[in-house]
Write a protein that binds this ligand. Structure first.
Ligand SMILES: [Zn+2]
Length: 596
């Protein structure tokens, strides 16, 4: 593994664009401490006048921007070498300062809510400059019907800590205490199953390894099944408690509220996915034939059905391929993309101590950054366009929006990255004639559909059902959870899948079930991206203009409004149907190439 210093400078990101040196960082740190003191002085005065409110909004915006830059710089320095003690300390200090900023501002929301709506409206009308913050203030206003009296809010805040217990207990069991058995790998070596190894073992071309890994893992969860049912039921009760306390009609409604998403969207998503299940069944049938199996079991679902390909894509070639593949997004997009890739936005290669994986992180007023661990594989090429999707979204939003609206929400966060992956797949499938390479790309995309659209929709349906049962007075038991899960799994995967007994208890090991109706966002964002990709490829310019407007929107409006401007109405089932049509086309291509 090379030392960082030996990686050519052009392939290391240039964090000096944020702070020229350590001293500049320290200066900014002290400045932010002063701003925090000033912000505290606003307490009790926000309702005094429009001018005071404007001053407060502007100063807190400045503080947020500074805090982001301080933290981003510190964590990216640390990610260059995670063992660096100086940078560990810097990151801890930046984090601590952000917490101080947050708690210094904690009075703001209740105080703004205490301003009567017509008075606030008068402030907005009469104070020049305040209108910029209208959406941010609307966001706060929207909470009014779900905000309680001060003593009640105080009680809820205290209960909040208790409410973390189910998730924390699950995490402790799942990450610290649970023990998995060993399994013999392809070469006959005994290996202890771990979370990290599980995925790779299930991808094994040796079916015995897959089966024994699957059975071994679930045997461990089964021993703890009643405990894990109690933690999950505790989590459901927690969600229902807070939803009722805040006067929401259901836990689902409460969970969708922050994104201003109607329950109909959730219902439509699941209905449209159900319509598309025959296509998933067809894919499972194809897998069964391709793998030459009498029975396709759940432990076969990660086994690849395509021959191994050895394509080496050195980074400069990846940059060219990315630029070609993203050409449908227009000249400006490609120009900025190339500029970023050649101006050290990206930290390309591995070095000793560098953080693993990949991510994109933006700094307002500077430019986005991307961390990669590029190793010349086709998978890495997909990662490059994925992360550049995030980076370009950040770039356009930062360029267009004031800081307060520059950061896009989780709901839309994976749209730009998924569009880029879909465009890359489309490009490679057209450009490459080699059968093995085509199969690899198809397989990559089909896996994305299965894991991001269908699997997450199934999770979302499970969450809806168990919450609804609990709300109807029947908190689920281990047996009931397994029954609901097993039925859903059988419905989703269809007649060619053997629904093994083990899969009925998969609910017991899914950390996302402790994140309160979170996963539907994956399925929705993915569908939106597939529908947008189709529109961009079919309609060209007008679709691209709308898409760039979406990328430039940051969080200046609610996610559904932003997506509607890009040309997809997620409140209707149509985008999901289109996504499933794309999936069907990929399945057909795969069937033709595999000839099974
Ligand atoms: Zn991503």
């Amino acid at each position: 593994m090379p030392e960082r210093a030996s990686v050519p400078e052009e392939h290391r990101w240039r964090l000096e664009d944020i702070f020229a040196d350590q001293d500049a960082w320290e200066r900014a740190f002290r400045e932010l401490e002063e701003v925090i003191t000033r912000l505290q002085a606003f307490q009790g005065k926000l309702g005094a006048s429009g001018a005071v409110l404007l001053d407060f909004m502007q100063q807190s915006e400045q503080a947020g921007q500074k805090a982001d830059a301080l933290y981003a710089y510190a964590h990216m320095r640390l990610d260059e070498d995670t063992a660096h003690p100086g940078h560990q300390a810097m990151q801890a200090r930046a984090l601590n300062l952000m917490v101080r900023l947050d708690s210094a501002l904690s009075y703001a929301t209740p105080e703004i809510l205490a301003i009567p709506p017509d008075r606030l409206e008068a402030f907005l009308r009469e104070t020049r400059g305040l209108d910029l913050y209208r959406h941010a203030l609307d966001e706060i206003q929207r909470k009014r019907p779900h905000t309680l009296s001060e003593p009640e809010e105080h009680l809820l805040a205290m209960a909040g800590e208790v409410g973390h217990a189910p998730g924390q207990i699950f995490q402790m069991i799942n990450e610290a205490d649970i023990r998995f058995p060993t399994v013999k790998d392809e070469d006959g070596r005994e290996l202890e199953i771990t979370h990290a190894r599980y995925g790779r073992l299930l991808e094994s071309r040796d079916r015995r390894v897959r089966r024994e890994t699957f059975q071994g893992l679930y045997a461990s969860y089964r021993k703890l099944l009643n405990t894990l049912a109690a933690t999950l039921t505790g989590q459901i009760r927690r969600n229902i408690f807070f939803a009722r306390a805040r006067k929401f009609g259901s836990a689902l409604e409460a969970a969708l509220f922050p994104d201003n998403v109607p329950v109909d969207l959730y219902t439509n998503l699941l209905e449209a996915v159900h319509e598309g299940l025959p296509t998933l069944h067809r894919y499972i049938g194809l897998r069964k034939r391709a793998l030459r199996l009498d029975e396709h079991h759940m432990y076969d679902v990660y086994a690849t059905i395509v021959p191994e390909v050895r394509v080496r894509i050195p980074y400069p070639e990846a940059v060219e391929l990315a630029a070609e593949a993203l050409a449908p997004l227009g000249e400006e997009y490609v120009r900025v993309l190339r500029h970023g890739l050649h101006s050290r936005w990206v930290d390309v290669y591995e070095n000793r101590g560098k953080r693993s994986g990949a991510y994109s992180s933006g700094v307002y007023g500077v430019h986005p950054y991307v961390l990669l661990n590029y190793q010349d594989t086709l998978d890495n090429l997909f990662t490059l366009v994925h992360e550049m999707g995030h980076a370009m979204h950040t770039y356009f939003s930062d360029r267009t929006q004031p800081y307060v609206y520059s950061q896009y929400t989780i709901f839309v966060a994976e749209v730009a990255s998924t569009v880029n992956e879909a465009l890359l797949a489309h490009h490679l499938l057209q450009r490459w004639n080699d059968r093995a390479r085509k199969l690899y790309v198809l397989n990559h995309q089909l896996d994305n559909f299965r894991t991001t659209l269908f699997r997450q929709a199934m999770f979302a349906e499970f969450e809806r059902k168990i919450h609804a049962e609990a709300e109807g007075g029947q908190p689920p038991t281990a047996e009931r959870l397994s029954e609901v899960y097993g039925d859903l799994n059988a419905t989703y995967y269809g007649p060619d899948m053997v629904s093994d007994d083990e899969i009925r208890i998969e609910w017991s090991r899914i950390p996302h079930f402790y994140m309160n109706f979170y996963v539907y966002k994956y399925a929705t964002g993915f569908s939106a991206a597939q529908a947008l990709t189709r529109r961009i490829l079919e309609e060209g310019r007008p679709a691209v203009d709308d898409y760039l407007a979406f990328l430039s929107g940051g969080s200046s409006d609610y996610p559904l409004v932003l997506l509607r401007r890009a040309g997809v109405d997620m409140a209707s089932p149509e985008p999901v149907r289109q996504a499933i049509r794309s999936f069907g086309e990929l399945v057909e291509q795969m069937e033709r190439l595999l000839q099974v």
